[in-house]
Design a binder for this molecule. Structure first.
Ligand SMILES: [Zn+2]
Length: 419
């Protein structure tokens, strides 16, 4: 089963826009009501020791079951009789709001943190239409139940053989988008390791450095527009809340954020395609970039958007039939790609020069090469297919690595699995 999400811009006219906003607000109400039910149930099951138990404990009868998804979905028809407003929204769309809450709830219970929150006005920004009888997308319009045809910019045709399964309407700043989930009933195997490998090291001083020696400067989208954003945010802070001018200023801030987001994403896609042009196998580090985004370079890390970039590289390489894998990130900058020896250097040292074998190259390129070498070891480990990589021959130091460092990374792998 092949599944893609295609995003198009849509242009609802004023009444349609009004209706969509109205629907989102109704769904928000249902979401908040359902969350209140869950919260009340949770509050009634516990009582802090210094609180009055008359006030807190078991306001809801002790044998009441947890308001789960099915219970809340079944209550919707009853609620519709009481709150006539709910009838305006297509019922499946309303159900999705409840389902969304329970998805968040399940994730919270699994993870242990991130309790679902109430959504304020304007925080419910998308509607999901989960089912369609026919094809709702034509060349010019998107047909939605109860709302009719909305003009769509179908800049990319839906490929033949694909069926539209779901449609999500998204509101970003003052623009409207639709994310269309399409499916095709074919199975395509994951691309096997083959061809020319490249290792990609990403960092702040260079956005990316490949093992081939390609260096890309960081684009710094946020930094370039930061002064403008600051100005707009300051203007917004001085407006009277809920006034007309406040909403205008808020929109300007939102538009600028949207612009930064779009240009960053565009850049990521272009770089990902450039990487796939260079090689057939792409290796990246398995770092969690959210951790370093909390450090003192947090803004720069978030501006670069490394996590999104890696996801996009993964997506692009799968679409283009290239192999993608993540390798262990520990100490990639402290190794010599040529002899495998340890070369200690802190962030200020920009050139890698090995005291063991006198190999010299750019620091980021060196770690890119280490990542590539680790990737090659990863795919030639038994259990991962045992693929021979003929291309490794002739690369600097590839011969020595196979004998010397074969044991080292495996040690790391076993240690990791024992955790
Ligand atoms: Zn060396």
């Amino acid at each position: 089963m092949l599944t893609f999400n295609y995003r198009y811009r849509i242009y609802p006219d004023a009444p349609q826009e009004q209706q969509l906003i109205e629907w989102m607000d109704i769904c928000r109400g249902a979401y908040n009501y359902a969350l209140r039910e869950i919260k009340d149930w949770c509050d009634s099951r516990k009582c802090l020791i210094d609180r009055c138990s008359l006030d807190k404990e078991y306001i809801i009868p002790a044998d009441t079951k947890f308001p789960n998804e099915i219970y809340q979905l079944n209550n919707l028809p009853k609620a519709k009789k009481q709150f006539l407003r709910l009838k305006e929204v297509p019922s499946q769309v309303l159900q999705q709001a409840i389902k969304q809450l329970h998805k968040g709830w399940d994730y919270f219970t699994k993870r242990g943190f991130g309790f679902p929150r109430f959504k304020k006005y304007g925080q419910f920004k998308s509607l999901l239409f989960p089912q369609f009888k026919g094809n709702p997308v034509t060349d010019l319009h998107l047909l939605l139940p109860k709302i009719g045809a909305i003009p769509i910019n179908l800049h990319r045709p839906i490929p033949s053989g694909f069926v539209v399964k779901q449609v999500r309407i998204i509101r970003k700043a003052d623009r409207w988008y639709t994310s269309i989930l399409i499916q095709c009933d074919v199975s395509i195997p994951d691309p096997a390791p083959h061809g020319h490998p490249i290792g990609v090291d990403i960092g702040l001083s260079k956005f990316l450095a490949t093992s081939e020696g390609v260096l890309v400067k960081p684009p710094k989208f946020l930094k370039k527009l930061q002064h403008k954003l600051k100005l707009l945010q300051r203007r917004l802070s001085r407006k009277k809340k809920r006034s007309k001018n406040y909403s205008k200023a808020r929109l300007q801030v939102a538009r600028l954020h949207h612009k930064i987001d779009n240009s960053r994403k565009n850049f990521h896609y272009k770089q990902a395609h450039a990487l796939c042009d260079q090689g057939d196998m792409v290796f990246m580090e398995n770092l969690d970039y959210r951790v370093s985004a909390k450090g003192f370079l947090g803004k720069q890390m978030l501006d670069a958007g490394f996590g999104q970039f890696r996801t996009i590289v993964k997506y692009v390489s799968s679409k283009r039939g290239k192999f993608f894998a993540q390798v262990d990130a520990r100490g990639t900058s402290q190794r010599c790609p040529s002899c495998g020896g340890e070369v200690k250097k802190d962030l200020s040292v920009r050139v890698h020069s090995c005291p063991h074998c006198n190999y010299q190259t750019d620091r980021d390129v060196a770690s890119g090469m280490v990542i590539r070498n680790r990737g090659l070891e990863l795919i030639s480990t038994p259990g991962l297919g045992g693929k021979e990589t003929a291309c490794a021959v002739g690369l600097p130091g590839a011969g020595e690595i196979s004998s010397r460092s074969e044991t080292k990374p495996r040690k790391e792998i076993t240690r990791k699995s024992s955790k």
